[in-house]
Ligand binder design. Sequence first.
Ligand code: 4AD
Ligand code: MG
Length: 477
Amino acid sequence: MKHTKIKDLLTSTNTLQEVNAKGWVRTFRNNQFIALNDGSTINNIQCVVDFENTSEETLKRITTGAAISVTGELIESKGAGQKYEIQVATLEILGDSDAEKFPMQPKKHSLEFLRENAHLRVRTNAFGAIMRVRSVLSFAVHNYFQQKGFVYVNTPIITGSDAEGAGEMFKVTALPFENTPRTEEGKVDYKKDFFGKETNLTVSGQLEGETFAMALGQIYTFGPTFRAENSNTSRHLAEFWMIEPEVAFNDLNDNMDLAEDFIQYVIKYTLDKCSDDLKFLDSRLTEEEKSKPQAERSEMTLLEKLNFVLSTNFKRVSYTEAIDILRDSTPNKKKKFNYIINEWGADLQSEHERYLVEKHFKCPVILFDYPANIKAFYMRLNEDGKTVRAMDILFPGIGEIVGGSQREERYEVLVEKMKALGIAEEELWWYLDTRRFGSAVHSGFGLGFERLVLFVTGMSNIRDVIPFPRTPMNAEF
Ligand code: 4AD
Ligand code: MG
């Protein structure tokens, strides 16, 4: 008999039929009630075992984590909390799980402990829900762009260019190690390491994406990106996924409109498709908030926050206006910021971004027109000669979720900028070709996918929204 997914059983309209379910035991109560989960939904199906007619041996093997197959009638449940249950006729143990040794005990585990068991944490309610939400969100990303006629581009993972010019790259080394090119002193010659060239893992697909936008009009990338920054924060990963749309003939305002519409679409889509998982994550967060002092608790529940973002316009504020606000602000009665901004031109720290979003405007904020010298080389210089058409989108509880800009389309201005920053023209000759042949205004942005998943799931550490986090601390798996 073919097994039916538990999600389908629980929403079936057809009771009193013989069904088969396969899954992993979550709990087993009173030698009678199995809570069975197969990952198709946050909800378990209750399987009622006829313990009088089941061998002692089998009953002992129904332990948390064991894989089992049950066959029996699907009947309406008399117990509270579930609509249907399976009246078990036959039960087969597919794979035992030693109750003493199985790390995912039916109790609350700390997130740190679960991170050390990333291969098993997905068997818990919270991580099952997070990973299903993540999957639906990524489908929503493709849906949005595909419906609008954007072309999905796979930009290279191994690349010779440092798109952000920040030097935070992982080198790519050809193995076997003995065969790698050496300098005269016998050290590995990274400049020649990739079959005679220097390469690294991509920090962004933007530059390659731009070349495609200048032919296909509207494109997007969605792939892994790598940053070798040694930041052990709850917002940074060494390997994360980024979504980067790039659109020919869009200026900075069009870019803001696109980003806002896109974010609202994917959140709405996920709210519609993942209501059970989001309800679960909502109550998980509410529970967690209770352990915080009143003053630090969020004013909104997760679902309220998600609905709020859908129904509000993101506040658009220039960097200069933001600096004026921050100069005059004291985040709490006693203390100013840890890092006090006095000068126009200083980069904002996450405490400032969070203040603007959470305390001052109390809604998502798009900051634009940043000082040129704190942003990347490719951004369009404004007429004032000192700011660039950059935009960062700041989210409550997250800080920066999107970074983007209108690109410098003028060949001479771009070359000047590269010279000033010591970026060799020969290295980016192909990028400069887009400005040499049929250049035009164009814009794009990058959204850090895990920061979006963080926001939607209400989790507070980015390591908990990616299957196997890579950070300076976690690279076990
Ligand atoms: O602001 P960033 O560095 O911008 C770019 O890479 C541009 N090339 C994007 C573009 O215009 N096409 O990164 C974009 C976003 C950030 O806003 C943040 O959400 C995320 O990527 N991000 C990270 N997420 C997790 N861990 C890290 N270490 C991240 N660094 C950036
Ligand atoms: Mg940025």
